[in-house]
Design a protein around this ligand. Sequence first.
Ligand code: FAD
Length: 302
Amino acid sequence: PFDVLVVGGGPAGASAAVYAARKGIRTGLVAERFGGQVNDTLSIENIIGTTHTEGPRVVAGLEEHVKDYPVDIMNLQRATRIEKKDLVEVELENGAVLKSKTVILSTGARWRNVGVPGEAEFKNKGVAYCPHCDGPLFAGKDVAVIGGGNSGIEAAIDLAGIVKSVTVIEFNAELKADEVLQKRLFSLPNVTVVTNAQTKEITGTDKVNGLTYVERETGEERHIDVQGVFILIGLVPNTEWLGEEFERTRFGEIVVNKHGATSVPGVFAAGDCTDSAYKQIIISMGSGATAALGAFDYLIRN
Ligand code: FAD
């Protein structure tokens, strides 16, 4: 069996694997797609110490770093079941069952898509999901934010300080964000809020040039000119495959303590699949390190 089996090969998983392997213990890493969300990221400007880089370059670096240690990498394999017996068992889609003394879950998350024409086409060409990451790329431009919940309104407030104007598009009749955020939002001069609006299409040529929505009350179509569209209608953790024994938040995020331990002894978790307050590459890497050190501590005590 493995001493540490990491499930997930994004920044959290890669970091956990390196930290575990450096303890000289038997480490495996299984990932559906090594690199995770970073594969889909163009420009990255907030990995501290690296002023600018690109997703695929970071992924290549993660792979090189993990491969520098004797980590058993099983890429393109999806875990479908985990069960704690004497050892922790992880079953893969292909039927294989991996056994390990400890497991680190780092299966990340995915942004919920609006699923309208133009969204997939203009990803990284004006369609964005992370204001901390991509906000500065839209300095001085007009942008729309889809989603009036906390993450959407936080994004709108954040972006309003960088871009020329922000139009918030909310499907429901009212914003769902906390009162204090709404107050702050409505105090800003360059923000417009449109409620009861269903996004119909993100338009553009080689990059985004606008957004079309339907006024749900009248059924009428409206078009606004924007160079960026931020979609903030929810981040979904990849945790649906876990059993009831894993304590999760109402959003499905795995609850971890400060050592990265989950509610199941010997199973740790890190990165975007957990209830960490913020979801970023360096935060995932930090929590991956924490989970690996937590797992090592567990191993020497059990
Ligand atoms: P992920 O990167 O999501 O990796 C999850 C891993 O688990 C993948 O290998 C996946 O294939 C695997 N997996 C999932 N389910 C299973 C399963 N059942 N079995 C096996 N493997 C599984 N952050 C920044 O800090 N700066 C940025 O500029 C930035 N830009 C971004 C741009 C975009 C378009 C996106 C989508 C995100 C961006 N982020 C950015 C956020 C950042 O990518 C994430 O916070 C980070 O990748 C999370 O790392 P993670 O390892 O927790 O999860």
